[in-house]
Design a protein around this ligand. Structure first.
Ligand code: PMV
Length: 340
């Protein structure tokens, strides 16, 4: 806990998006932001959100500038809510200027909320004079957006749901570093027809908890799937990993589609990409590639570096595919500097 005498100032923090191989979807305690199930993700290289927080005693309210523009109300309010937690913990009252920029499209299914809230937690905590350990930072970030707790760490990360009602055993932790599996790649397939997200994931997933008849079955499957995926990553076994991540993605999509009203994040182009991945694998007689997607239309295709060029050519030919990005697992969040 902090005190009013703590120095207050400015800090910058940078964090990357992550893509979940086992999805977080459903909150068991909204007040403490505790998920029903554990999840597992890969933090991505090259894409970054950089955020500077300045606590300023002369400021009347928090302001948010996102990619050079003053942000609209729902985004500003969720930033303010995370800052309120930081202020309460640090014992300060000053409002803040938040300046944030992404080097990739916002709200496009590329998990800008994960990198955004991880960067906000890192910058806000440091600017308020709080010295949080990475685990505590991850616990703070999840209040902004659940998946943000995983973006504090690099490489392969597990967010443990825990079982305690007070949430003390709920946190993200690194499993394997970004260099653990040098041959693994994430081919991100960006679509020309990807719509902007209509309903925030935090709201959509609670509709799934309430209405999807597939939700309970999925909960019973997730622990063994996490264990199998963790083993496949540990052994650098693409033949095991790629089918498992598709099975998990299909289970997540089934929960979304059976939610009332139905949640359909894919476009015709996304579906064509998934079908082409299955054709590539059938043609090769082995798992060459494995698809996954979040609550958005873009598709992430995991594969080994040696297969990347041929798969990329096949997927880039699909009508509606705008571009592809070939990414590796990347580093976790980092402080850029702090001035009081
Ligand atoms: O962190 P949120 O509230 O944006 O929800 C993320 C949900 C998924 O991206 C679909 C799954 C995940 O684990 O990242």
């Amino acid at each position: 806990m902090g005190s009013a005498s703590r120095p207050v100032g400015r800090a910058t923090y940078e964090a990357a998006p992550n893509i979940a191989l086992v999805k977080y979807w459903g909150v068991r305690d909204p007040k403490l932001a505790l998920p029903y199930n554990s999840s597992l993700s890969v933090t991505l290289d090259r894409m970054r959100t950089r955020t500077t927080v300045t606590f300023d005693p002369d400021q009347v309210d928090d302001t948010l500038e996102l990619n050079g523009k003053l942000a609209a109300e729902p985004a500003r309010r969720s930033v303010s809510e995370l800052l309120d937690r930081i202020r309460a913990r640090a014992g300060i009252a000053s409002r803040a200027q938040v300046v944030s920029s992404n080097n990739f499209p916002t709200a496009s299914g590329l998990a800008s909320s994960a990198s955004g809230f991880a960067a906000l937690a890192g910058a806000g905590a440091a600017a308020a004079g709080l010295r949080l350990r990475p685990r505590e930072l991850s616990q703070l970030a999840r209040y902004g957006s659940g998946s943000a707790c995983r973006s504090i760490f690099g490489g392969f990360v597990e967010w443990r749901a825990g079982s305690r009602p007070d949430g003390r055993d709920c946190y993200a932790a690194p499993l394997f570093g970004p260099d653990h599996w040098p041959a693994l790649r994430d081919l991100v397939v960006l679509l020309a027809d990807a719509p902007e997200k209509q309903v925030r994931s935090a709201v959509a997933m609670q509709a799934s908890v309430r209405t999807s008849p597939a939700f309970a079955q999925r909960q019973s499957e997730v622990p063994s799937r996490i264990a199998a995926i963790r083993r496949a990553i540990r052994d650098r076994d693409a033949g095991a990993l790629l089918p498992l991540i598709m099975e998990e993605c299909d289970s997540f999509r089934n929960v979304c589609e059976t939610t009332r009203p139905s949640l359909d994040y894919l476009t015709a182009t996304s579906r064509a990409v998934l079908a082409e991945v299955l054709r590539i694998n059938a043609g090769a007689g082995r798992p060459v590639a494995g698809y996954t997607h979040d609550a958005g239309a873009h598709v992430h295709v995991f594969l080994l570096a040696r297969d990347a060029a041929s798969v990329r050519r096949r997927l880039a030919r699909i009508r509606g595919v705008r571009s592809t990005l070939l990414l590796r697992p990347g580093p976790g969040g980092r402080a850029i500097g702090r001035a009081v």
